[in-house]
Design a protein. Sequence first.
Length: 159
Amino acid sequence: MSEATDRPVDGDAWADACAEDLAAEKARRRAQYGPQPGSAAEELRKLVDAVADKVSSLQTPLLGTAAQGAVQQAIRQAKSAVEPVIERNPQLFDHLAAAGSELLAAYRSAVEGQESRWTRTTEGASGAARPADPSKKAADDPSDPRDEGPSGTERIDLD
């Protein structure tokens, strides 16, 4: 009999070990980087609360008591309008956050492609990078409008 068959088989031992490792890694990251951000809905709720607290703490002499009361009322109305939406559709904000990340990635891709065309360099004889010569681009790219065609004295008869 082999050593592997002599011991009782615990099917959950591997899963338990993985769960322990994952918990230890999460604890290490939490200690190193702080707590993980919550869902997008929780973050929106925190943002609304922070803005409401900041606006309500502003006591400006320019605004009268009635104006400050109106601001407080507007804050309460905004919070009462946002809270039910967050409660009913918490996944909506996660999807919106993911869509925003995808849009940002697409924008970055487009901008980086354009930047690379603007900052394209060529290698010189000395090995140092220098900006590309625009006159050479005209000669290399047939679609460039600066290309003046062949340099000979050919005549084209259009009749």
